[in-house]
Design a protein around this ligand. Structure first.
Ligand SMILES: Cc1cc2nc3c(=O)[nH]c(=O)nc-3n(C[C@H](O)[C@H](O)[C@H](O)COP(=O)(O)O)c2cc1C
Length: 168
């Protein structure tokens, strides 16, 4: 018997991931979503890839705008992670506040206090069923905060145990 979607979801709950907000657009038409399916694709050329649900508002806006930013959250930013995961009624521009957001090269929204941010031009979208692999060429990047990154595992926000940190 092949594995079911539910069994797969249960297994993937154990997969620890860094938490990002992928943001796009310009005020007053910004949108953004919490996303963990993000990884570095290559350093030459400098590219990142994310798996984005094609039914999300953010995906529609990314395709239309051609730019987006990947903002990695710190452990201080669980409220933003929850907000951008759509856990309340705020949608699109309503999730943004000037206090938290600025812009870089592409004009896409960049989170001021992100652990790191990658400002990207959309290179290619590869449709894969419910999701799309979105490949971005990185135009600029920042490392803004020294706080440890926010993680997601077992259906919860989590942090690094820095006592375990040693050279890899
Ligand atoms: C921890 C966590 C990780 C998520 N990762 C992704 C992801 O990688 N890709 C995705 O399409 N949705 C992901 N989501 C779901 C989106 O954040 C959610 O559907 C969001 O409301 C979409 O917003 P939008 O429709 O305004 O763009 C994740 C949600 C949570 C809570």
């Amino acid at each position: 018997m092949p594995i079911t979607s539910d069994q797969y979801r249960q297994i993937m709950r154990r997969y620890p991931a860094a938490v990002t907000i992928i943001s796009t657009g310009r005020a007053p038409e910004r949108s953004g979503m919490t996303a963990t399916a993000v990884m570095s694709l290559s350093a030459e050329p400098v590219r990142v890839v994310c798996a984005i649900n094609r039914s999300s508002l953010t995906f529609a806006h990314m395709e239309r705008n051609g730019f987006f930013c990947v903002n990695t959250l710190s452990q201080e930013q669980t409220e933003l992670a929850t907000l951008f995961a759509g856990r309340d009624t705020r949608f699109g521009e309503e999730r943004f506040s000037e206090q938290h957001w600025t812009t870089l090269e592409s004009g896409a929204p960049v989170l001021r206090q992100a652990v790191m941010a990658l400002d990207c031009r959309l290179n290619q979208c590869i449709e894969m069923g419910t999701h799309a692999l979105v490949i971005g060429d990185v135009l600029a990047g920042t490392v803004v905060a020294t706080q440890p990154p926010l993680l997601y595992v077992d259906g919860r926000w989590a942090g690094l145990d820095t006592r375990l940190a040693c050279a890899a």
